[in-house]
Design a protein around this ligand. Structure first.
Ligand code: PLP
Length: 373
């Protein structure tokens, strides 16, 4: 329904850009090697929601701290959701986003699960277009760097009662030039099997992109680091048998090699985060002649498959690091190596194809590229 016809005011953003811009040499220096999520651009978007006014008070304003009442619901009960997507400076000039409407839809689904208001997709994408346009000088031109966009929504109601969900919320969008989470390009990661911890249980919030899932994951991540690993692999919470995902990324398994290679990723059972990179690869792999399916793999099957040579490659996929090979698995009982522990050919081919579409080096047959500028 048209916003006007429904009597709901259209969502608009007032422009209040900063009067003083950061000197160009300072920005250039920050863009040299920004790492991941450490450098932020000069502006942000904020937009409020209340039961009475709906979405209102949209603004683009200078990047800076938020003021929150210490009783704000998010600080106590973690009623929060977020998203992650990127803007790319393509080689021929345009600045584009990758599948922003898919992130907008997932943001709405996360909101529903967390009893928060749904932001219309058009407003989500408009906020991205406004911020990227304002801060376009922050979209890196260096190969394989991009501008990471982080939309979030928090419950701001200043009240400690929990008899109903909060009745006021703040949507914010910030942007961070980034080189990807695992620096050094495609170094394979070593993963740790978190036994004794679960990330998400049936009926819980595992398929919502919400901070609480991460809060519950850090003890496992700590254990991984203490054992010389980069990331945790989560197993299903019920039988601790089925492989679900890795840290903040989905997992893909390659069976066979050459013409016979095929891809399998764990099915979305309700406890996995439905990654947009994962979804894109389920389409891209068949485009390259690699059959792809959703399935299930147990820990034992993973180990046996690597030992017999049936499983040739494993990689993780997500927006922040695109595609990252998994070289080795460790647990308190020992571990195993995947293939020769080095990035495999299917992993690298899919990575080249995905980054190729994002950076405009190869055609975009599925209409995933959204031109901003
Ligand atoms: C965001 C996220 C992913 C990857 O999703 P993409 O849309 O591909 O970036 C995977 N797992 C978890 C837990 C996540 O939060």
């Amino acid at each position: 329904m048209n916003a006007k016809a429904s009597g709901v005011p259209a969502i608009t953003f007032e422009m209040h850009p900063s009067e003083r811009r950061l000197p160009e040499d300072v920005r250039a220096n920050l863009l040299k090697s920004p790492g991941f999520g450490q450098v932020f651009t000069e502006h942000m978007i904020t937009l409020r929601w209340s039961e009475k006014l709906g979405w209102h008070d949209g603004k683009l304003e200078p990047y800076g701290p938020l003021t929150l009442d210490p009783s704000a619901a998010v600080l106590h009960y973690a009623q929060e959701i977020f998203e992650g997507l990127k803007a790319y400076r393509q080689e021929s000039g345009p600045i584009v986003a990758f599948r922003p409407y898919a992130n907008a839809a997932r943001f709405r689904r996360s909101a529903v699960r967390m009893a928060m208001p749904e932001l219309p997709d058009e407003a989500f994408v408009q906020a991205i277009e406004l911020l990227v346009t304002q801060d376009r000088d922050w979209v890196p031109a260096n190969a394989d760097q991009s501008l990471y966009l982080r939309p979030l929504m928090i419950a701001t109601t200043p009240a400690l009662g929990v008899s109903k969900p909060a009745d006021s919320y703040l949507f914010t969008l910030i942007a961070s030039p980034s080189s990807g989470i695992f620096s050094g390009g495609v170094r394979p990661v070593r993963v740790w099997l978190a036994e004794g911890f679960s990330r998400a249980a049936p009926g819980g919030t595992g398929e919502a992109k919400t901070g609480g899932n991460y809060a519950a994951s850090f003890a496992g991540q700590r254990q991984a680091l203490d054992h010389g690993c980069d990331q945790v692999v989560w197993l299903d919470a019920v039988s601790h048998r089925w492989v679900e995902e890795m840290g903040g990324m989905n997992l893909c398994f390659v069976y066979g090699s050459g013409k016979d290679a095929r891809l399998m990723t764990p099915a979305l059972t309700g406890t996995l985060l439905p990654g947009i990179t994962r979804d894109s690869l389920l389409t891209l792999a068949p485009d390259l002649g690699i059959p792809a399916s959703e399935g299930a793999i147990s820990l034992d099957q993973w180990q046996a498959g690597c030992e017999s040579g049936e499983i040739t490659e494993v990689f993780a996929c997500g927006t922040a690091a695109a595609i990252t090979p998994v070289g080795e698995v460790r647990s308190s009982h020992g571990g195993w190596t995947i293939g020769d522990g080095q990035p495999g050919p299917v992993t690298m081919r899919l990575r080249e194809q995905l980054l190729g579409i994002q950076f405009g080096r190869v055609p975009d047959p599925h209409g995933w590229i959204h031109k901003i500028l």
